[in-house]
Design a protein around this ligand. Structure first.
Ligand code: PEP
Ligand code: MG
Length: 596
């Protein structure tokens, strides 16, 4: 058989590592539902077509169930519920009647009936029944895809040697990938600090985004290589290329293992400054990964992931259990738990009410929470209750100024009084800190530092908002510059303001987890960093090889440079001149590739 021609696509490397496997194409784009008139004589055929789609859906779900049997998996119960729903007479009769009475095609009839059923569940008080809304959604989607001839396997059905290829993956999709042992993923769109990319690093899956046409160039089942170090995807690689990548893969894993071996040693610089390195997590069960990677507790728990992939919001008990788990597992170092950061590129199904033209500038994070005190108070209650079980710090995202801090403080005091009146145990003092991730907050850092217990700098958003670069948009990804002088000036001001007030300041954006930037960050005076757990061993190892005095000297030079490219070039030269021994594994951090 003729060998297909190898092809290389270039995108943005967002999570390091190499994967060789077969493509699994995932189409997440919304379905277009056709609507057309059906002549009375053809209505019986239309109903039959609908019955066929039901049968096909049942068979598919049956196959998936069979593959899960014996695993006692929660998925199995959900699938059983889906099968029962497919056999439900309400759905069958509803769609049949709609086809016959309105003389429309099966897709349109199904669309209408499913929408009506979902609306009915919206108004049901009982949480269990409201959750059934999501089952109706999934079942309706599966039947629809069978009618349209675009049936999709489920994410949970992906086999372990698959590389997921998609136009885009939402943070919710990526969260679902957690647990299904895929090898890597590659997408048409995205940027380095989009939440999908962050999730890939969190899961330690090699990933390349912004490939533009990967969904068109790759067919289901094609052999492909994802190079998460250089940002390439090779379709139909020849045998020599596969062997070359197998070698790179082995070297990468060897380096990683050697870094992991020293991960638990403290990150103390050559001139004896201790750097505190913490982990960012998206789920309560990720905390042990932080600790084994050498992280000193949790520096950022993104609670919004607890709100995703569910049709109703988590109640107080569910939230309390998750926060308590995080705090207990984090141990003496404690955990910084961030309140709900919904919006931007993170959608939460039950809260998706209005379409925003520009969600990144919309009703996001603390703005949303202050507008919905019912939801916010519940979260604060759960957090304060969890504070009784360990060292917990509460952090507020997307603060723009003093008013929001005061509003949160008032609400928190009120919730504390309410819990105290109920006799609920809580820690006597729970530090309240804020993310510095808006230019307005950076500009007011001195005023804010006087009012809160700590700062954590969210560079992902701070850079996005300072430079007006959508962090998830590949068209402007090349303009996303962490070393932009405007960004560096803000960082310097924020760090100085925190130091002047004597409050701790940390950085938890992706910049903190990239060893390349460590000399600049230490030179700026940062001694606390938080990052995805996989990055911890490399960053700690780099910190041990640096001296703060050298870093200060580097930053003193860098801050005088007028262009982002100048700073970058200087940093690359600095790295190349620095004699740092083995602390710079090229497979994990390739200085040459960082040239401007
Ligand atoms: C940030 O903006 O840098 C940050 C850590 O928050 P998130 O990535 O969740 O927006
Ligand atoms: Mg942010």
């Amino acid at each position: 058989m003729e060998q297909p021609v190898a092809q290389t696509l270039t995108g943005i490397a967002v999570s390091p590592g190499y994967a060789i496997g077969h493509a699994f194409l995932l189409d997440r784009r919304a379905l277009k539902i056709p609507r057309y008139h059906v002549d009375p004589g053809a209505l019986a055929d239309e109903v039959a077509r609908f019955c066929d789609a039901i049968a096909a859906s049942e068979a598919q779900i049956g196959d998936i169930r069979a593959s899960l049997i014996g695993q006692g998996d929660e998925h199995e119960l959900i699938l059983e519920a889906h099968q029962m729903m497919l056999r439900d007479q309400t759905l069958m009769d509803g769609v049949t009647q709609a086809i016959e009475q309105k003389q429309v095609n099966a897709e349109w009839a199904l669309h209408k009936v499913v929408r009506g059923l979902k609306q009915m569940f919206d108004h049901v008080e009982d949480e269990y029944f409201r959750e059934r809304r999501s089952d109706i959604h999934f079942v309706g989607d599966r039947i629809m895809r069978n009618l349209l001839g675009t049936a999709q396997p489920m994410l949970s059905q992906i086999d372990a040697s698959a590389i997921v290829i998609a136009h885009d993956l939402s943070p919710a999709d990526t969260a679902l990938l957690n647990g299904s042992a895929v090898l890597a993923f590659a997408t048409d769109v995205g940027g380095k600090t989009s939440h999908t990319a962050i999730m890939a690093r969190q899961l330690e899956l090699p990933a390349v985004v912004a490939l533009e046409t990967v969904t068109e160039q790759v067919g289901a089942g094609d052999l492909i290589i994802v190079d998460g170090v250089s940002g390439r995807v090779i379709v139909h690689p020849d045998d020599a290329t596969v062997r070359h990548y197998q070698g790179l893969q082995r070297a990468f894993l060897r380096r990683k293992a050697s870094l992991d071996r020293v991960a638990l040693a403290p990150a103390v610089t050559r001139d004896a400054t201790g750097i505190t390195v913490r982990g960012n997590v998206e789920a309560a069960d990720e905390v042990p990964t932080v600790l084994t990677a050498g992280g000193e507790g949790v520096g950022l728990f993104r609670t919004e992931y607890l709100f995703m992939n569910r049709e109703v919001l988590p109640d107080e008990a569910t939230q309390y259990a998750a926060y308590r788990q995080v705090v207990e597992q984090a141990g003496a170092h404690g955990a910084t738990i961030r309140t709900l950061d919904v919006g931007g590129d993170k959608f939460i199904e039950p809260l998706r009410r209005h379409r925003e033209l520009n969600p990144v500038l919309g009703l996001r994070a603390i703005r949303f929470c202050l507008q919905r005190p019912d939801i916010f108070r519940l979260q604060l209650r759960a957090l304060l209750r969890a504070s009784a079980h360990g060292t917990l710090r509460i952090m507020i995202p997307l603060i723009s100024g003093v008013e929001e801090v005061e509003a949160v403080q008032a609400l928190l005091a009120d919730v504390r009084a309410e819990l105290a009146a109920e006799g609920v145990p809580m820690a006597a003092h729970v530090p309240l800190g804020i993310m510095i991730e808006l230019p307005s907050a950076a500009a007011l850092a001195d005023l804010l530092a006087a009012r809160v217990d700590f700062f954590s700098i969210g560079t992902n958003d701070l850079i996005q908002y300072t430079l007006a670069i959508d962090r998830a948009n590949q068209q402007v990804a090349h303009l996303y510059r962490p070393l932009h002088p405007a960004v560096l000036r803000q960082l310097a001001f924020v760090i100085r303001a925190a130091q002047a007030e004597g409050i701790p300041v940390s950085m938890c954006g992706e910049m903190a987890g990239d060893p390349f930037y460590a000399p600049i960050l230490l030179g700026l005076g940062l001694v606390e960093l938080s990052m995805n757990p996989a990055a911890i061993p490399a960053v700690k190892s780099v910190c041990r090889a640096l001296s703060v005095a050298d870093c200060r000297a580097l930053y003193a030079e860098a801050r005088a440079l007028p262009r982002a490219d100048d700073v970058r070039t200087r940093l690359v030269e600095w790295w190349l001149d620095a004699d740092l021994g083995d602390s710079l594994p090229p497979e994990i951090f390739d200085v040459e590739s960082r040239r401007a």
